[in-house]
Write a protein that binds this ligand. Structure first.
Ligand code: NG1
Ligand code: ZN
Length: 547
């Protein structure tokens, strides 16, 4: 296609999706994310970029997801999905940022420049899958993405309202039909089908209870579970809350992020003591569990670390049972992982654990270095990855092993089918957790007892320029501004089991502060003191450090 025909790129921009703001926007930890009103031109341009990316990948399908995950209703966002269903390759983030920020007048020339730079053959076919969450601003943005795809003569397929992980799954299946069928129904068949298979092999016993209460964050995840619920035939009795009706607002005082960060139960759920409750985030890629004590006073949280350790220990057990001793399982966490979980993984589970920078792409990448890699952010985003070697070995044992080995390997194969390996997935993770609890005959309290979390606190500080903070050592140490790390060290030294770090957020204009210590009071105090240090040394805005 000669560059002259790219005039349509400009025409669509000018007539339908003009750039109306000069605010610089960056492809961050989770794509572009900001007020929905500032995003239309950005999403249009991501439609263009997805077509270029598809052609660079020989016409393989690329995904565009419109969502701002756990953010509140007025925000929205867009992220690209690569052919294997994983996050956009990092080297393209800068290209995405460039394309999003040029003026309408420069858009055509910049598009030509990008096409040359990445050496895209514009004569090839291009395929783009588009999905969106439940925000009222999403349909308009999805339409902008479609126009971007049309402008460069790609083929767009719209999936309507889907969870982020369902779209990742469909992209993967479209490019690799051995993974499954690239439709929402295909997703249910694979994940829920595997769950049912496993339930047929593992009868309910012990203190496991098939009733699970779910907080759907008033987002898409709860809606999809409501579809799944009807096909579960009593294997799991889902009681769903916060499905978006009755005036409930997306992620407002509910959902996985609210529960994790505020350490408070969500609104909208009827509670009874020791009820097992799962809480999803707004686009269905994060999951945490919690329960309340006998008087419904205190909340006990089972976060991403608890889920990771539960899954890793169960898979390790099955690997032992099928004697697949040459398969190495490892766990990946970030600095936000509770110190007690890391200790438990190393000392009790005796599983190798690595710590990487915040952001799923870093965890996903690190997990790929193990035969079986379990990765979770403490906030409940994570999954399990199985290498080809792991899958082949387990399949072979399932056919050729001794009866006991075969049994364990067959369970593992169902477990693999239940896993969405493309990205963290609340629905898939929920079925995995329920499977392990059922297999062990455990209730939520018994699951909690594996290890005791150190009390922790997360705070945010608003500063003039959050990028004035630089970090090293997987964000556990701060290298700028000068003096901040030594101040943090001094503060931490005063607390038993104290640990704290700070880093600029990739999705909000704040600096995040994390602290843990032997008591909740101490964790709160340490977090407040470190926030004050950030405020003083990194240019705090306003009168007080706490945002
Ligand atoms: P930022 O805003 O960079 O901290 C947050 C989460 C990440 C990740 C992204 C994407 C925390 C502390 N941070 O990133 O783990 O999930 O959002 O949604 O939970
Ligand atoms: Zn999310």
């Amino acid at each position: 296609m000669p560059p002259s025909s790219l005039r349509v790129v400009y025409a669509f921009a000018r007539e339908m999706h003009p750039k109306t703001t000069d605010v610089f926007i960056e492809y961050g930890t989770a794509g572009f994310r900001t007020k929905a009103s500032l995003l239309e031109h950005v999403v249009y341009r991501m439609g263009l970029l997805a077509v270029i990316r598809s052609r660079v990948k020989n016409g393989r399908t690329i995904g565009i997801m419109i969502t701002a995950s756990h953010n509140l209703e007025p925000d929205n966002g867009v992220k690209l999905i690569d052919p294997e269903g994983e996050m956009l390759e990092q080297s393209w983030e800068e290209i995405a940022t460039r394309l999003a920020n040029v003026s309408d007048n420069d858009l055509e020339a910049t598009t030509v420049e990008v096409i040359k730079q990445v050496n895209a053959d514009m004569g090839l076919k291009a395929s783009v899958f588009i999905g969106m969450d439940t925000r009222y601003t999403s349909p308009r943005l999805a339409a902008a993405a479609v126009h971007g795809v049309m402008a460069l003569k790609g083929t767009a397929k719209e999936f309507g309202i889907v969870t982020t992980p369902i779209l990742h799954y469909c992209v993967r299946c479209r490019n690799d039909n051995t993974y499954g069928t690239p439709t929402e129904e295909g997703y249910y068949e694979k994940i829920v089908g595997a769950f049912k298979n496993i339930r047929a092999k593992l009868p309910v016993h012990g203190s496991y209870n098939t009733t699970l209460y779910v907080d759907g964050a008033n987002g898409v995840g709860g809606k999809k579970l409501n579809i799944i619920r009807k096909s579960l035939d009593g294997e799991l009795d889902l009681v769903l809350y916060n499905l978006g009706g009755n005036g409930g607002k997306l992620n407002l005082n509910c959902g996985a992020d609210f529960v994790k960060v505020s350490q408070t139960p969500p609104v909208g759920v009827e509670h009874a003591p020791f009820q097992r409750v799962a809480s999803l985030d707004g686009d269905g890629d994060r999951l945490v569990y919690y329960y309340l004590d006998d008087k419904c006073n205190k909340m006990h949280l089972l976060d991403g670390d608890k889920i990771a350790t539960l899954l890793a220990s169960y898979v390790t057990e099955l690997l032992k049972a099928c004697e697949a001793t040459d398969l190495k399982l490892g766990l990946v966490q970030t600095a936000y992982a509770n110190g007690a979980s890391t200790k438990y993984i190393t000392e009790d589970l005796k599983v190798p654990v690595s710590c990487v920078k915040t952001g799923v792409k870093h965890l996903h990448h690190a997990a790929q270095s193990y035969d079986i890699g379990v990765y979770f952010e403490a906030n409940g985003h994570g999954t399990v990855l199985y290498s080809d070697k792991a899958k082949t070995t387990i399949r072979r044992i399932a056919q050729e092993g001794e009866p006991e080995q075969r049994k364990a390997a067959q369970l593992l194969l169902n477990f693999i089918d239940m896993t969405n390996e493309t990205v963290g997935d609340a629905i898939s993770d929920l079925f995995l957790v329920e499977t392990v609890l059922c297999a062990r005959g455990q209730n939520v309290k018994e699951w909690m007892e594996a290890y005791t979390d150190l009390p922790c606190r997360q705070l945010k500080v608003t500063v003039q320029d959050r990028n004035a903070i630089s970090t090293a050592d997987a964000e556990r140490r701060c290298t700028a501004p000068e003096g901040l790390q030594s101040r943090i060290d001094e503060l931490v030294a005063a607390y038993k089991s104290g640990r704290s770090f700070v880093r600029p957020s990739g999705t909000e204009d704040v600096v995040r502060v994390y602290a843990e210590a032997d008591t909740q009071e101490n964790a709160d105090k340490l977090a407040a003191q470190v926030s004050q240090a950030v405020f003083d040394l990194a240019g705090g805005v306003g009168d007080r450090p706490l945002a």
